[in-house]
Ligand binder design. Structure first.
Ligand code: SIN
Ligand code: CO
Length: 382
């Protein structure tokens, strides 16, 4: 945390967090020197044609904005106009190890805040329009050039009736042209507009989610609803006659109020809520379980032996988080014996674990702990 990073304009992560994170934009020239990206436009288009990849195209034709969602087919992609469109692919880190590798450079921000790596490809004039996001985002330029205009004090009125949230009265306060390896950090609610300056513009957006308080509270109440257990029935053995049979009585309001006041939660409830919800896969994420045949052949003992010769990896789509000795993987708690807590924390932090350097007993414990996860495709060995 105290080492200055090229990625952060030679600031230490600590200084970046104190002075910029959630506070003000930061332009970093050559944040990733020699970065050209790891996807060609064709490869990105290939991803956008796959069923399990979330993608969209934003086009502007004669001042009208159009949005189409993938998966696309080759034909529709080759039939795109000659200017003013962008193809955007979400969660590229779920599909490419190079993307996960890039995200690991942002490990100075907790995984619990990470959303995904989105990659966009735009030809000249391509843009998604001026907008604000509920994200902290690092916009890293791959190939080509993009002109970014930003405004921290803009009018937030949206153009009516569009399938996209586009600001009606955006005016730039500051602007820069970003080239390969340059990066712009934007906190949430900074209006921004990035327009491609050539036919080769690829932008890598490393996004950190900023949920609305309302969403967090609603999700927590849902969690409580699933976990709460109360016995007994509503009691009114003391019921008295009332003048209006249609009136809800004060007594009833008081009784139910007292009942509701008994709903309690503590730090463990909040931890469990966060562990489950932050690791819950998006609805469009599917894992590939090991085939039944292969599963039959991988017993816990076999798995332990494989760990002696291989390295354990989290699947690109998996999320493993922990609080102390409480672990969560893909929406579920994972019981981890004390003796292997430390290597499992390493797996969570780095998404990989060299199991060859562990003791036989630890490997056996790991095999027991992760056997179901292995069969479900949550982890892999290589
Ligand atoms: C883009 O890559 O075109 C859009 C990224 C953003 O504005 O958040
Ligand atoms: Co944006």
């Amino acid at each position: 945390m105290n080492t200055p990073l090229t990625l952060l304009n030679e600031l230490t992560p600590e200084v970046f967090l104190t002075e910029y994170w959630q506070k003000k934009p930061l332009l970093i020239r050559q944040a990733v020197p020699n970065f050209k990206g790891f996807l060609t436009p064709n490869e990105l288009a290939g991803l956008a044609c796959e069923e399990d990849v979330q993608s969209r195209i934003v086009k502007k034709i004669d001042d009208n904005w159009h949005l189409t969602h993938g998966p696309f087919d080759e034909l529709s992609l080759t039939a795109l106009p000659e200017k003013d469109w962008t193809l955007l692919v979400q969660a590229v880190n779920h599909h490419l190890p190079e993307a996960a590798e890039l995200l690991s450079q942002f490990n100075f921000i907790p995984h619990a805040r990470l959303d995904d790596l989105m990659v966009s490809y735009a030809i000249t004039g391509g843009s998604v329009g001026p907008h604000i996001d509920s994200y902290d985002v690092f916009l890293l330029q791959g190939s080509g050039k993009r002109r970014w205009k930003i405004n921290a004090h803009t009018d937030l009125t949206l153009i009516d009736g569009l399938p996209l949230r586009i600001l009606e009265n955006f005016k730039a306060e500051q602007e820069w042209v970003l080239e390969a390896g340059d990066m712009l950090y934007l906190p949430p609610n900074i209006a921004h507009h990035g327009v491609s300056e050539d036919d080769d513009c690829m932008t890598y957006s490393i996004g950190f989610r900023v949920p609305k308080k309302q969403e967090v509270i609603e999700a927590f109440l849902e969690h409580l609803q699933d976990t709460i257990q109360t016995d007994g029935l509503y009691e009114d053995a003391d019921l008295r006659c009332q003048q209006h049979p249609a009136e809800i009585s004060d007594v009833m309001i008081a009784k139910v109020g007292a009942m509701l006041q008994k709903i309690t939660w503590d730090k463990n409830t909040v931890r469990d809520f966060l562990g489950r919800s932050l690791t819950e896969p998006r609805p469009d994420v599917f894992f590939e379980p090991i085939s039944t045949e292969a599963a039959g052949e991988v017993s816990i003992d076999d798995f332990a032996q494989l760990l002696a010769k291989h390295i354990l990896f989290l699947d690109l789509k998996s999320q493993l988080l922990f609080y102390g000795s409480h672990f969560y993987i893909n929406g579920e708690p994972l019981l981890v014996p004390e003796d292997i807590e430390s290597p499992v924390r390493e797996l969570a932090d780095t998404r990989t674990l060299n199991t060859q350097v562990l003791h036989d007993t630890q490997r056996l414990m790991l095999a027991k702990t992760f056997h179901t996860a292995l069969l479900a495709g949550y982890i892999t060995i290589q």
